[in-house]
Design a protein around this ligand. Structure first.
Ligand code: NAD
Length: 355
């Protein structure tokens, strides 16, 4: 174990995990003294929202199914109008990071309790971070009111997540854990959770690509996603997340896929300098973390080129300028040359380079 001094805080989320546990949602509301839930989803998950409303029975007083990527403030305002008119007393969000984001945006403004049923591996449900977009600019806020009170992880809800999305979302989760291992404010618990999260997701994703409805593998993946999300909420992120934020915010690239493509390259960038703290994860990938992650993403048929998701060579200069604008901590100094090398390799789908 590292002998480094540390601080460790426990947060207030209650986690309920297990196949079929979505059926406990009504009891969870009762236990919190709540009885008027507004159910949130995207327009793609209306059926799942209806199922949850049916389980809630009279405790579901309405649905709002317009959650969208990057949490646009206009959508939040519409949802708050519905929430107020229905005299709702809590939020039940079923979906991925976009739906969770809408619930958080409402909670941030109205300090209302949130119950989240995650259906992807993004991990937003266990962080007190909200990213929201107004006039084309995405800003991040962190506040205790944003952290959901109850998270209900039911692997059955993830069985219909398409394989491609499952893979990208799982690699997105692993990226939280890789960065948590070298975080400045890491602690022994966050590092333990990070390694276990990476291990679980690696094992599960390889099974899910073969059999998408393998419920045991879905459970293992969701367990890994919970661990990876928890460390995202607990410690600071670095180069990888900053670069993904730049590509998502300024070039409108899709969230999970951007993380999936960049992870082998950013891990390789940091792996020599952070060798000691990355060692338990490196051991899971045959002794070379960047190359091992690249090989895993190939086996999972994950996207490997930024050109496949709308980014081209002509954008590299601007992206690296933006990524260099605000200084942030990273175990290895982030240089313009380094950012450009990472982006060039990721644009072309080349193997990662750690020099
Ligand atoms: P998403 O929530 O946008 O989902 C992508 C699409 O997949 C949506 O149409 C959704 O309805 C659909 N979908 C989700 N689960 C499904 C299922 N089980 N079956 C069928 N369809 C399903 O994608 P995401 O990657 O989970 O979330 C991305 C968003 O979350 C981004 O805006 C990102 O910034 C945010 N995020 C925030 C944090 C945080 O801590 N604040 C962490 C991670 C991600």
């Amino acid at each position: 174990m590292e002998k480094k001094p540390f601080t460790f805080e426990t947060k207030r989320s209650r986690i309920v995990f297990g196949n079929g546990c979505r059926h406990q949602i009504a009891d969870e509301l009762v236990a919190c003294g709540l009885s008027r839930a507004l159910v949130l989803s995207t327009s793609n998950q209306i059926e799942q929202a209806e199922e949850i409303s049916n389980i809630l029975g009279p405790s579901a007083i309405g649905t709002f199914s317009l959650a969208a990527m990057h949490t646009p403030v206009e959508v939040t305002k519409q949802a708050i109008k519905v929430f107020d008119e229905a005299h709702a007393d809590c939020i039940v969000a079923i979906g991925g990071g976009s739906t969770t984001g809408l619930g958080k945006a409402i909670a941030f403004r109205k300090n209302t309790p949130q119950f989240v049923l995650p259906t992807t591996y993004a991990g937003s449900e266990v962080t007190s971070i909200l990213g929201q977009t107004e006039n084309g600019i995405k800003k991040t806020v962190k506040d205790p009111s944003i952290l959901p009170e109850v998270v209900i992880y039911d692997p059955e809800l993830t069985c219909e997540l398409p394989v491609g999305m499952s893979v990208s979302s799982g690699l997105n989760a692993m990226a939280h854990a890789v960065e948590a291992l070298y975080a400045q404010d890491r602690n022994p618990i966050s590092s333990m959770m990070a390694v276990e999260g990476i291990r679980a997701l690696k094992e599960a994703l390889l099974k899910i690509v073969e059999a998408p409805d393998d419920l045991e593998a879905r459970g293992t993946a969701l367990y890994g996603a919970w661990l990876c999300g928890t460390v995202l909420g607990a410690v600071g992120m670095a180069f990888h997340h900053k670069l993904c934020h730049t590509l998502g915010g300024s070039f409108d690239l899709p969230h999970a896929e951007t993380h999936a493509i960049l992870l082998p390259h950013t891990a390789a960038y940091n792996q020599t300098v952070a060798k000691h703290v990355l060692a338990p994860a490196t051991a899971l990938f045959g002794g070379d973390l960047g190359r091992g992650l690249f090989e895993l993403s190939r086996r999972l048929a994950a996207p490997q080129k930024l050109t496949d998701i709308g980014f081209g060579h002509s954008m590299i200069n601007r992206a690296s300028d933006i990524a260099m604008q605000n200084a942030y901590w990273n175990p290895r100094k982030v240089t313009q040359k380094g950012v450009m090398a990472v982006l060039t390799n990721a644009t072309d789908g080349n193997p990662p380079c750690s020099s």
